[in-house]
Design a protein around this ligand. Structure first.
Ligand code: UDP
Ligand code: MG
Length: 316
């Protein structure tokens, strides 16, 4: 294994002028320290992706890049959102580093675990997930919506790492694999675990936002969670099939009861012929919808043309 890998830190920024000088100073210091201790190459760098910010973010990035040895910048044409901005950084810089670490620009992800990630990478791990220990610094609202998010993912059978956001290290071959995913609705937390390769986690305490405010209001969080479900699982469609089947089954039971009632003469005239077909047709219709849905689900996943597998190694 490469003993002094080139490591790149990728950080998407949207209106982060208030935190950026501090963030780049801290990350620059970490990189300088790791390089001085011969843990990483001198060529290691950090790149800030300006996701179409409306404030001074870009001019600060430019200024930081001029002043600090390890800092670079990338400006996107417009605001594309956190996931796509991050992807832009990962794809653009994947060939310039042995591994890239993605991190939020607001210093909520503890920069001290960068070293742990690199140590794990050097021992042959391809993906290192940063996992939050406690959510003590988050508000009650954020903590509980986050909990709901992970519950939902579990119920809908989407495979993600619990309490891991987008603070992670990916080796170059993981990034090469990532670049083969052509989908528009990106959900990196679902895609990276689906790629495979050896992975590990490092734990850290989620810190308070250094300055500025969260760019993820509830509306965006809900859209993000729904995208996570619909781009990784057809389970909601399956639920429709199941519900349809349950109603159908319930209707069969009711038919049994109705026949019994008819036999004992204990029935309101007209009740049977009104209620039974309603449940029966309702059940059958939902069931059919579900089946059609399953096919649409299949078409959907085919249309996306995701690569089916990646080759890890070979022997000749
Ligand atoms: N971000 C971005 N584009 C956006 C929204 C957010 O690049 O449209 C960046 C933001 O600058 C930050 C990261 O994504 O570095 C996470 O956003 P934020 O801290 O606002 O989310 P939270 O931590 O509150 O979930
Ligand atoms: Mg944040």
């Amino acid at each position: 294994m490469n003993t002094k890998p080139i490591v790149g830190i990728v950080s998407p920024c949207y209106n982060e002028a208030l935190v950026l000088p501090e963030t780049s100073a801290q990350i620059n210091a970490v990189l300088a320290d790791l390089a001085a201790r011969n843990l990483i190459s001198e060529k290691s760098f950090a790149v800030f992706i300006d996701d179409g910010s409306k404030d001074q973010t870009w001019s600060i990035i430019e200024q930081q890049a001029r002043q600090l040895a390890h800092i670079k910048g990338l400006k996107l044409a417009g605001n594309v959102g956190h996931q796509k901005a991050l992807l832009a950084g990962l794809i653009t810089f994947k060939d310039e580093a042995d591994a890239l670490i993605s991190i939020d620009a607001d210093l909520q992800d503890d920069v001290r675990v960068i070293e742990d990630m690199i140590v794990k990478f050097k021992s042959g791990t391809d993906v290192v997930y940063g996992v939050r220990k406690e959510r003590v610094t988050d508000t009650f609202f954020k903590r509980n919506t986050a909990l709901l998010f992970y519950r939902l993912m579990k119920i809908m059978k989407v495979n993600i790492i619990y309490n891991h956001a987008d603070y992670r290290l990916c080796s170059q071959r993981v990034l090469n694999a990532l670049s083969e995913f052509g989908e528009v609705n990106l959900f990196l937390r679902g895609i990276i675990p689906s790629i495979g390769f050896r992975s590990d986690v490092v734990y850290y305490d989620r810190l308070e936002r250094f300055a500025g405010e969260s760019k993820y209001p509830f509306r965006k969080m809900a859209a993000f969670a729904w995208n996570g479900v619909t781009s990784f699982s057809n389970y909601p469609l399956k639920l429709v099939t199941i519900v349809g089947f349950v109603i159908f089954f319930f209707c069969l039971l009711m038919t049994g009861y109705a026949l019994f009632a008819l036999y004992t003469g204990n029935v309101v005239p007209g009740w049977l012929s009104t209620v039974l077909p309603m449940y029966f047709l309702g059940g059958v219709q939902l069931f059919c919808f579900g089946i059609i849905g399953e096919y649409i689900g299949k078409i959907y996943s085919e249309v996306k043309q995701r690569p089916r597998y990646f080759i890890d190694k070979r022997v000749d």
